[in-house]
Design a binder for this molecule. Sequence first.
Ligand SMILES: Cc1cc2nc3c(=O)[nH]c(=O)nc-3n(C[C@H](O)[C@H](O)[C@H](O)COP(=O)(O)OP(=O)(O)OC[C@H]3O[C@@H](n4cnc5c(N)ncnc54)[C@H](O)[C@@H]3O)c2cc1C
Length: 594
Amino acid sequence: MKKLISIVLALSMVLGITGCSQANTQKPSQESAQESSIDGTYEGTGTGKGGNIVVELTIADNKISDIKVKEEHETEGLNEAMSIMTEEMIATNNFDVDGVTGATITSAGFRTAVADAFSKTGADKSVLVSAGKVEKEKRESEYTSDVIVIGAGGAGLTAAITAADNGASVIVLEKMPIIGGNTLLSGGEYAAPGNWIQVEEGIEDSADKFYADILKGGDNEGNPELVRILADNALDGANWLKDDIKMVFEDHMLFFGGHSVERSLVPKNATGYEMISKLNARLTEKNIPLHKNTTAAELIQNADGQVTGVKAVYDGQTITYNANKGVIIATGGFGASLDMRMKYNENMNEKILSTNSVGSTGDGITLAEKIGAELVDMQYIQTYPTCDTQSGSLLYVGDVRMEGRSILVNKEGKRFVEELERRDVISNAVIEQTGGVSYMFWDESAMTDSGMAVTHESEYNGLIARKQLVKADTIEEAAAFFEIDATELKKTVENYNQYAKDGVDKEFNKRGTLVEFGQGPYYIMVSKPAVHHTMGGIKINSEAQVLNKNGEAIKGLYAAGEVTGDIHGTNRLGSDAIADITVFGRIAGQSAAK
Ligand SMILES: Cc1cc2nc3c(=O)[nH]c(=O)nc-3n(C[C@H](O)[C@H](O)[C@H](O)COP(=O)(O)OP(=O)(O)OC[C@H]3O[C@@H](n4cnc5c(N)ncnc54)[C@H](O)[C@@H]3O)c2cc1C
């Protein structure tokens, strides 16, 4: 028996050894097979601006053959960065590509997601043999059209479409890889006196009232002639966007600070993407060429000083764009240029973050100034009072304030300003508070009625995750999260509820209807001011012609949008900019096409 066992053992050992030797002989070949083929589909996750980015990476023949985004919550429009990067990753067979300018956080999150997916192959990234490069669009060295528009934000696209509608051939230049500028980042809210929702709700309003509000809101520093044009044409501009451009608006309005009545229209999903995507669709329909990644660097003038074109830089190459009729500058403001901010207003230093697109560097102002244009109001730079304390981004969840449903308190639990005051007034008041921040407080019914957590879901989730916003069952708990004096905060809420019952805010005379705070949960969000709008810029006349230092029009040169000054005075009221870029964008387009 023992012998039998030993034979079996011996046999099994032999077999075992044989099995082992088979395994040993196969292993290297399996490993080399793994090294040589990592084909398959892998999932990976990264964190973008709005939360998780989940991708599915497909490798075929050891090459990146496809990347599908399965989940993302990024800013509409800026999420185009992921398609741009995908194209480059596939073309170069490398996931370590540069991010897209203007979409840094989205780009980083996407890259991490792809790297995470690749890590599941178990292989080193060196197995991806580097391939070709992205074929850049070929450009001529010279182009000619009737009108050249610089800047593909709201003003530029509006001007381009209008010029084309008036019979002109048009080319649009945009320095960024993604169009839209500040307009894309904006809430897209549009002040329109006499609009369709006001009519339905029986709210009395008029161009005259709007005119008075704009002037008063800017401490009567705005140019009455230009303000009149804006006030008189704002409704027509809104109707044009709705009926002609097919922009969709929500069925409610917002009450922005400094306005005497509720008059601000809200585009679909409360983002500027609705405006930019619809204007861009019209541009495409009309076959208007849009040259992205193309930076206007110089205005060309003839011997008479007339502007006849633009020199622009694309991929290191200087291109001449000739304009038979005119050049329209629509390059936006300079809120993202620290140098320019400091040059004109030294209070706007590096300690203050910015809500602006990285492309808002005042290029058009510099170009126009070089050929003798007059600049106005350059020192007036607006901060937005309730921005992210970490990034400077404007916090849309905080729009619950514009619904009249929140209060601002300080660390001591006390209100310190009228919540629907002008932005500059609120910002200045916030800076004076402990830590230079404010805490916005509201209740569950305000959250539900305003729908802010749904409309701006990814921002809301991000704020909770980053501990910038708390939701708690009781006022005490919410206050404790930010170490706010809970006893005082409770007193503040009680007082406010009494004012709501009485119909008068005895402390700050808050405008609009006061609504009592009710049951929890309660919300508190921390925020601080960030640079938001530059009121100053190029001086224009009623035809959107750029004026020189003698007040004469510079022939062939027009400007519209945030790049211009003289309209909003010391301070722009909320939702007046989208009206401004639409009204003056249309005027510039008409004038340049003549
Ligand atoms: C976060 C945020 C929210 C806002 N919300 C609102 C709101 O709800 N309602 C409201 O009325 N206003 C709002 N504003 C203000 C408003 O959005 C802007 O004032 C307005 O959109 C500016 O439009 P624009 O076309 O003049 O400039 P932009 O939209 O900034 O477009 C300018 C374009 O020109 C390009 N450009 C710049 N330099 C060059 C160059 N050298 N060559 C080629 N291209 C160039 C830029 O890249 C950009 O694409 C908001 C602003 C921000 C930042």
